[in-house]
Design a protein around this ligand. Structure first.
Ligand code: HEC
Ligand code: HEC
Length: 232
């Protein structure tokens, strides 16, 4: 009789253990365990310039406040190059008499996930909610598209974004991530907030704070919307 009761409680304990184990297997850390060799998924106590320069992949610890789910799920299955000169251009750019040349030989081919893995990774990434305070009070209304001509003048000439960012596959700077898919890639609140203060997201961001006015940010975001929605 006593043995029976013990067996029963052992079984109960075992079932409990197994179910916690399977809950654990679905946790964000577990799902993203293949990503941490190249990406930071939890907020570092301190972010040093040295870490920024050695970084292999961009930080993902605030992914839940940065990316659009639809874009993430699709990109993870079919990754395209986002950083034309690598995540830290200093490692990949060779200075020559003819100008700077991007050496692609040591570029990483991004792991490609199948549909189910991409869905799981997306779900896990969206739970990474660091930096929520930066977007909590932003309530952007409908963003008006900019005309292509005025938008590109603004992006390329007046605000100088094109010295570091591409606004088309073939034009623009290479030290920053491409921005011609930015409007589909990022949450609107991230776009606005990052443009206004890159260092609030990444203390060692390589993008200078240009102290853009609200009005200028809206115009630039309007141009990024035009680039996404009016593809040639
Ligand atoms: C071998 C290193 C490596 C591994 C492993 C890796 N990544 Fe990456 N990841 C990179 C690099 C390098 C980039 C930048 C790619 C580019 O510029 O085109 C990147 C870019 C990304 C981006 C876009 C970042 C941006 O610029 O906004 C996401 C999202 C991402 N990785 C998610 C993942 C996930 C999820 C995993 C795990 C399933 C993973 N990565 C595994 C190296 C890696
Ligand atoms: C001196 C070069 C430089 C200039 C000028 C610059 N950026 Fe950047 N920007 C960067 C770099 C580099 C990053 C990525 C941050 C990092 O790698 O540390 C970035 C990141 C961004 C991001 C976030 C992208 C991401 O993947 O998280 C946005 C949005 C952005 N820039 C918009 C702009 C706009 C709009 C302008 C013009 C007003 C501009 N940038 C001017 C270099 C620049």
């Amino acid at each position: 009789m006593i043995i029976n009761i013990n067996l029963f409680s052992v079984t109960v304990a075992l079932v409990a253990l197994i179910s916690t184990a399977s809950v654990k297997a679905d946790s964000a850390e577990e799902v993203l365990s293949n990503c941490i060799a190249c990406h930071t998924v939890s907020e570092p106590a301190e972010m040093m310039l040295d870490e920024r320069m050695k970084r292999i992949g961009p930080s993902l610890f605030y992914a839940g406040n940065k990316y659009q789910a639809v874009w993430l799920e699709s990109w993870l299955q079919n990754p395209t190059r986002l950083h034309p000169a690598g995540v830290y251009y200093g490692r990949h750019v060779v200075v020559t008499d003819e100008g700077d040349i991007v050496s692609e030989t040591d570029f990483i081919t991004h792991p490609k996930l199948d549909k189910q893995q991409a869905q799981e990774a997306t779900k896990a990434l969206l739970t990474l909610q660091a930096k929520s305070e930066l977007v909590a009070d932003l309530n952007p209304g409908e963003i008006k598209k900019a005309s292509h001509r005025m938008g590109s003048l603004n992006f390329r000439k007046f605000k100088g974004c094109a010295s570091c960012h591409k606004d088309s596959v073939s034009e623009g700077g290479v030290s920053g991530p491409e921005l011609y898919t930015a409007f589909e890639r990022f949450q609107l609140t991230y776009l606005i907030s990052y443009m206004q203060n890159p260092q609030a997201w990444e203390p060692k961001s390589l993008m200078p704070n240009q102290h853009l006015k609200q009005k200028d940010v809206e115009k630039l975001v309007g141009y990024l919307k035009t680039l996404s929605e009016d593809k040639p």
